[in-house]
Design a protein around this ligand. Structure first.
Ligand code: ZN
Length: 294
């Protein structure tokens, strides 16, 4: 599933490529993937100009000058692909990044005034795009409950994070940082990477961690997310290497995620895959020990 840095990478691409463009037409290949009445689509989308591409947690918000917004969640396998003066793709990496479109995974297609197109592709069909009045976006149930933005630079972030995670004192720390009401946008990749960076075993109970350690984990999550975004994230450019072979964007920043059997970059011990909080979890057994007595 795309996590916060992957969605931020999508947002940056959209901000560069579609802001300022009027939408000429929308084609819906799978009605469940595009939730809007045809009346609203004609009145508030067709002919409207894109004015901003925003993000809250893993939700993309594309504001239109009609007072409406397209709100999108990529879920497990969603991706957005732009074809026009340049080819760009980001989100869940598949061959549709570079295929002729529409293809079997295309659910929605937007056409702009210069005949450029934006394709919403989604193999598993769990993702969605909704057309809503912009003022209603903040009332979406999920957005009301979601925790603080880790990359916002908000000076209150640490304080709010500590207050939220202390409510989960009895859970294991990996489950607590995956909880979207504690902090927004951390999924399996960045949970494993941040706990490795902070030398914390993912099955440690929150109550057994000091505030200092919890701050280290948050700081590590922010650092690894920032590195992922700076490396270009999950985009077409990282999917196909310069020599034409397939790349994996995780190679650019991951130290433990999907690296079981390989050496820990810090101590050389073998990285192992275990199960914590119901999720496949990658750790260095030497760097990340459970506290004594557990
Ligand atoms: Zn190690």
């Amino acid at each position: 599933m795309p996590e916060l840095p992957e969605v931020e990478t999508v947002r940056r691409g959209l901000a560069r490529l579609i802001v300022g463009r009027p939408v000429l037409d929308v084609k819906v290949y799978n009605p469940k993937s595009f939730q809007a009445s045809s009346g609203d689509t004609q009145a508030f989308l067709v002919g409207a100009r894109v004015v901003a591409a925003r993000r809250r947690a893993k939700v993309l918000i594309i504001d239109l000058d009609s007072g409406y917004s397209l709100v999108a969640h990529l879920k497990m396998t969603g991706q957005l692909v732009f074809r026009g003066g340049e080819a760009w793709a980001a989100g869940h990496p598949t061959d549709s990044f570079v295929a002729e479109l529409p293809d079997r995974s295309t659910r929605v297609e937007f056409r702009f005034d210069d005949d450029s197109r934006l394709f919403f592709n989604d193999q598993r069909k769990f993702g969605w795009i909704k057309l809503l009045p912009t003022i209603e976006v903040e009332n979406i149930d999920f957005l009301k409950k979601v925790g603080p933005e880790p990359l916002s630079g908000d000076p209150k972030l640490v304080q709010v994070f500590l207050k939220n995670i202390r409510r989960r004192n009895n859970t294991v720390v990996k489950a607590a940082i995956l909880d979207q009401t504690v902090v927004a946008g951390i999924g399996n990749i960045y949970a494993d990477e941040s706990l490795w960076a902070a030398r914390t075993h993912p099955a440690t109970r929150v109550r057994d961690l000091s505030d200092i350690k919890l701050r280290q984990i948050l700081r590590a999550a922010i650092e690894v997310m920032t590195r992922s975004i700076e490396s270009g994230g999950s985009t077409m450019k990282n999917y196909i290497r310069a020599d034409g072979t397939k790349g994996d964007y995780l190679e650019k920043f991951a130290k433990v995620f999907r690296r079981e059997g390989r050496a820990c970059p810090r101590c050389g011990s073998e990285i192992v895959k275990i199960r914590v909080a119901g999720r496949g979890t990658h750790i260095c057994p030497r760097c990340q020990k459970l506290p004594a007595g557990i």
